[in-house]
Design a protein around this ligand. Structure first.
Ligand code: PLP
Length: 441
C-alpha cells in the first residue's frame, strides 16, 4: 500500500531521530507533510513560515519546479553510475559551474554527500597534500572552540562544541583549538564586530607550541552557524590567512552554511574578501533536496596529487554516491535557479531590512544580544537559572504553534530564512518572535 502523504504513523518508536529530544518529540510530534516556497504544511493542515531554510539549506525555498523536474528527469534517464573509474556528464558540468561561481583560486571540486563528509575529505586532503609534496610531518589539524564541522570523527575533533565531543572518547590525536571569537564587547553587532581581530594571534601561540612544520591545516567557519551565529571580527580572518601563509599551513573555510548566497555573495570568502586554500560546502548546493556536498580546492593542491604513473589512483578517497547523477542534476538546477532569480543579489538587497527588523527586538524580555550578517540572525537569551537551553526550546515550541519555524542552539535563537523571503514575511517572522519572547518565563 502506498503511504498517503498525510498519514501519520501510529508508532513513532522505530525511528531514532537525529539531534532531537526523542522522548519529548514522540509525546507531541511536529510533522511536516508538505512544503512550497516559504512555507511548510503541517499534518494538521497549518502553514508554517520557514525562518531557517530547513536546516540552513533550502536557500531557494521549497518545491522549486526547475529542481523538481531535473530530479525526475535524471532519475528516469540515468539513475546511478559507478562513482569510481566511471563518469557521467552531470557531475562534470556541476563541477564546472561550481568553480565558476567560487572564488578565483578554486579550480576543482571533489563531491561528497554531506557537510560532515566534506569536512573529513578536506582534512584528509590537507594531510595527504603535504605528504605528496614530501612534507609528511605536517599532520596536525587546528580547529576553533565552538566550531561546528559536522559529526564525523575528524569534524568533532577539530570542532569545539562540547556536547558533540564529550560522549565520544579521545577523538583524533594531534588536534588543537584556537580560542573562539565571541566576546562581550561585541554585543548588538550589525555585521562584522569591531573588537577581537587580534584573537587570530592565538594561532601564533599554537604554532609556537607545536612547531609550524607539524601543522597541516587550520579549519574555521567564516561565520560560525550551529554554535549560535558568531560573526568574524574585523581583520580576524585576514590575520588567520596571513599566519597560515607565513607558516605554510593550509586554511580551510567551512562554508557549509555560508555557501550559496547566505551573505549576499556565492561564498563568504568573496563577501569577506579572504581566500582560503579549500572550501567545504553542502546544504545549499542542492537546495537541501538531495544530499550532496563538495570540497573546492586550488590547482596547487589538486596538482600535487597528479604525479606518478597515470594508471594509478591518485587519491584513495571517495564515496559510492560521490557526484551521484540525481544529486548532480539537483545541483545544476539549483545553481540555475539561484542565477535566474538573482537570489544572491536578492539576499544582499534584503540584508538591511532584515538587520533593522531583527534589531527591533532589542529590549524584549530575556534578550541579551542580537547579531546579524547577510540573511543570518541570532537572538541570544539569558539562560534560565539552573536549566540552560530550556528557555530557547520553549521559544521554539511556541513559535511553531504560532506558525513560524525558528531554530535554537543552547539559548540562542538562530534565523536563516530562504533567500526568497519577502519584507512582509520578515515582519511576520519578527513580530511572531516578539510575541513569543514576551510570553517566555
Ligand atoms: C559549518 C558546518 N559544517 C559541517 C556541517 C555538517 O553538515 P551535514 O549535517 O550535512 O553533515 C554543518 C551542518 O550544519 C555546518 O554548519
Amino acid at each position: 500500500m502506498a503511504l498517503d502523504r498525510t498519514t501519520i504513523p501510529n508508532d513513532l518508536q522505530a525511528f531514532w531521530m537525529p539531534f532531537t529530544a526523542n522522548r519529548q518529540f514522540k509525546k507531541a510530534p511536529r510533522m511536516f507533510v508538505g512544503a512550497e516556497r516559504m512555507h511548510y504544511t503541517t499534518a494538521d493542515g497549518r502553514k508554517v513560515l520557514d525562518g531557517t531554510a530547513g536546516l540552513w539549506c533550502c536557500n531557494a525555498g521549497h518545491a522549486r519546479p526547475r529542481i523538481v523536474e531535473a530530479i525526475q528527469r535524471q532519475a528516469a534517464e540515468l539513475d546511478y553510475a559507478p562513482a569510481f573509474q566511471m563518469g557521467h556528464p552531470a557531475a562534470f558540468e556541476l563541477a564546472n559551474r561550481l568553480v565558476a561561481i567560487a572564488p578565483e583560486p578554486m579550480a576543482h571540486a571533489f563531491f561528497v554527500n554531506s557537510g560532515s563528509e566534506a569536512v573529513e575529505t578536506a582534512l584528509k586532503i590537507s594531510i595527504a597534500y603535504h605528504r605528496a609534496r614530501g612534507d609528511g610531518a605536517r599532520t596536525r589539524l587546528i580547529g576553533r572552540e565552538r566550531g561546528y564541522h559536522g559529526v564525523n570523527f575528524g569534524g568533532i575533533s577539530v570542532g569545539g562544541i562540547v556536547g558533540n565531543r564529550k560522549m565520544f572518547g579521545t577523538l583524533l590525536g594531534g588536534v588543537d583549538h584556537l580560542r573562539h571569537t565571541h566576546i562581550p564587547e561585541n554585543r548588538w553587532s550589525m555585521g562584522q564586530p569591531e573588537h577581537g581581530g587580534d584573537l587570530a594571534e592565538d594561532l601564533e601561540r599554537i604554532v609556537a607550541l607545536h612547531g609550524a612544520e607539524t601543522i597541516a591545516a587550520v579549519i574555521v567557519e567564516p561565520v560560525a552557524g550551529s554554535t549560535g551565529v558568531l560573526l568574524p571580527p574585523k581583520g580576524y580572518l585576514e590575520r588567520l590567512r596571513d599566519i597560515c601563509t607565513r607558516h605554510g599551513m593550509l586554511l580551510i573555510f567551512d562554508e557549509v552554511i555560508t555557501g550559496f548566497g547566505r551573505l549576499g555573495s556565492p561564498f563568504a570568502s568573496q563577501h569577506l574578501g579572504v581566500m582560503p586554500d579549500m572550501i567545504t560546502c553542502a546544504k545549499g548546493l542542492t537546495n537541501g533536496v538531495i544530499p550532496m556536498g563538495a570540497v573546492l580546492t586550488t590547482p596547487e593542491i589538486h596538482d600535487a596529487f597528479m604525479t606518478g604513473p597515470e594508471h594509478l589512483i591518485e587519491l584513495f578517497h571517495g564515496y559510492t554516491y560521490s557526484g551521484n547523477p540525481v544529486a548532480s542534476a539537483a545541483g545544476l538546477a539549483t545553481l540555475e535557479t539561484y542565477r535566474e532569480e538573482a537570489l544572491f543579489e536578492r539576499c544582499a538587497a534584503m540584508a538591511d531590512y532584515w538587520q533593522d527588523a531583527l534589531h527591533s527586538l532589542k529590549g524584549r524580555r530575556h534578550v541579551i544580544d542580537i547579531r546579524n550578517m547577510g540573511l543570518i540572525g541570532a537572538v541570544e537569551l539569558e539562560p534560565m537559572a539552573g536549566a540552560p537551553t530550556k528557555r530557547a526550546f520553549a521559544a521554539f515550541l511556541d513559535a511553531y504553534e504560532r506558525g513560524v519555524l525558528i531554530r535554537t542552539t543552547g539559548d540562542i535563537i538562530a534565523l536563516s530564512p530562504p533567500l526568497i523571503i519577502e519584507e512582509p514575511q520578515i515582519d511576520q517572522l519578527i513580530e511572531t518572535l516578539g510575541e513569543v519572547l514576551d510570553r517566555l518565563e
